[in-house]
Design a protein around this ligand. Structure first.
Ligand code: SF4
Ligand code: SF4
Length: 388
């Protein structure tokens, strides 16, 4: 039985990735089922209601995403209680290309058993403006997320160039904010506003450019061209997604410096997105598997920085992310990965070292905004014979 806890401590259900015997009950699929059981979908979702399953659908070249076979178990569990799931993300690659990529990665109606959609429409034009905090003022929430009251958030725990760590909160803060909206720009509450926080253009140092073409290739909008042997950015087209700055290896395109304002703005984005859902109707499952150094939107997948850890489920995204960082910090860095030779710790995880960021800062701001708690209690359901 779960012991009595103080109200500020969040309960998280954990299943480790170890399969210690030849038994289906030791599989990750069976463990996910046990986490779903503990989350009690029937208590949170109603028969007949639409439930969004929010996840990242990958990028061409990024193969270490959440296994479709596990996503299907979540979809099936929602259907089992008579609710209607759909898998969704917001446009990041152009919508049509993103759906084709999702299909190639194994996320489609045939494999998952429910529709897979772009929440802000195939052109990324369909969002609803909601109030946000002092940095953002407004945030654009993709209409399919805005219009549902319930959601299961599936998060692949990875490193992240901007946050240091891509967890449940980043999945909401960035993933539930559209890039732009019909008749408005990224400056009117788009995701780019969070990336830029107070600035308009990222730093370009053309003298460092080696004309490698990586930025041209990765830009989802074709906003970078090469003319007269130098790159040109069409700032009117640009969403400020910063994908180009992440792939530039020569210091020609530079992401804005990260400050507390940046971390606070992410928490504001998450709060704005969460304000559109009914209380108690958002559940989280994080997949601490294939913990690669960069997020699923990059054009490749690096060797995981630590070995698979397992699954975490709960209602509190702050607690889940805090626990994920603790578990990553407790793990041995993998040889051959970017973390090889690093000293890993809870205070300075390999994710934070690789990306030179303080990932816990955003979570602290989010906790202050009432989005969750950094205090958690783990209920380990790895062993089916133990009744925790
Ligand atoms: S990625 Fe960097 S070095 Fe390569 S073309 Fe773009 S700006 Fe130049
Ligand atoms: S930030 Fe870079 S990759 Fe993103 S839209 Fe602008 S130019 Fe393209």
């Amino acid at each position: 039985m779960t012991k009595r806890i103080s109200p500020q401590t969040s309960t998280l259900y954990f299943a480790n990735a170890k399969a210690t015997r030849f038994d289906y009950k030791a599989s990750l699929a069976a463990k996910l089922d046990r986490i779903i059981e503990r989350l009690e979908f029937a208590k949170h979702f109603e028969k007949g209601e639409l439930v969004a399953v929010k996840m990242h659908l990958g990028n061409p070249g990024s193969h270490r995403t959440i296994p479709p076979v596990l996503v299907k178990r979540v979809v099936d569990a929602i259907k089992k209680i008579g609710a209607k799931p759909f898998v969704a993300d917001s446009v990041r690659l152009p919508g049509y290309l993103y759906l084709e990529t999702a299909n190639e990665n194994g996320y489609n109606e045939q494999t998952l058993g429910c529709p897979v959609i772009m929440a802000d429409g195939i052109f990324g034009n369909d969002s609803v403006e909601v109030k946000a905090g002092r940095h953002l003022k407004t945030a654009l929430i993709p209409s399919a997320f805005y219009d549902v009251k319930s959601m299961v958030v599936l998060t692949h725990a990875t490193g992240h160039a901007a946050y240091g760590f891509g967890g449940a909160m980043k999945n909401i803060a960035m993933g539930l904010i559209g890039h732009h909206c019909r008749g408005s720009s990224w400056e009117d509450g788009g995701r780019g506003l969070m990336h830029m926080v107070g600035g308009r253009k990222f730093d370009v140092q053309l003298e460092n450019c080696e004309l490698c073409g990586q930025c041209v290739e990765i830009c989802p909008l074709g906003a970078i061209n090469v003319a007269d042997e130098r790159i040109e950015i069409d700032w009117n087209k640009c969403w400020r997604c910063l994908r180009c700055t992440r792939v530039c290896q020569f210091g020609a395109l530079l992401s804005p410096k990260v400050s507390d304002d940046f971390y606070e703005a992410q928490a504001e984005g998450a709060k704005a997105a969460m304000s559109t859902f009914e209380s108690g109707k958002v559940l989280h499952i994080s997949f601490l598997l294939n913990l690669q150094p960069e997020c699923d939107c990059m054009p490749m997948s690096g060797i995981p920085v630590v070995s698979d850890i397992g699954l975490l489920g709960g209602q509190d995204m702050i607690a889940i992310d805090w626990a994920t960082l603790d578990m990553v910090g407790d793990s041995q860095p993998n040889s051959g990965s970017q973390a090889e030779g690093m000293k890993n710790s809870r205070e300075k995880t390999v994710f934070c070292q690789i990306n030179n960021r303080n990932s816990r800062r955003t979570l602290e701001f989010a906790e202050k905004m009432g989005l969750g708690s950094t205090k958690y209690e783990i209920v380990d359901i790895s062993d089916p014979e133990k009744n925790n």
